[in-house]
Design a binder for this molecule. Sequence first.
Ligand SMILES: [Zn+2]
Length: 134
Amino acid sequence: MDSDYEKLLDNVYENLPKNTTSVERFEMPKFDYFSEGNKTIVKNFKAVADKIRREPAMLSKYLSKELAVPVEIKEERLVLQRRVVGDMLNSKLEDFVKKYVVCKECNKPDTHITDEHHIRFLVCEACGAKSTIR
Ligand SMILES: [Zn+2]
């Protein structure tokens, strides 16, 4: 009986996430996309923008610039006028989130952007930190 209980405990510990601090951390959203002819279509573009609480237009502009490809928002989707291979889109999304979403002080995504005299700031709603955005 006792050893069974110990085995059970072992299993519980094994199933715990290795890094317990990750519980507090932000879960990075991922684009779900596919190619169609010479285009790439991001199916969950709007959902991702909603999740990181940024204007779809701001995110699409960033991707367009970074990937040097014309883009178009079509309702929930984003259409890129080129075939994007590998995980390029998601790595750009990650860059965007690090730059424009996650607080530099506490790493939480509860932030918004303000514009003061043409200087943009990332303001954290969790810890109150304010940092300039280049
Ligand atoms: Zn913060």
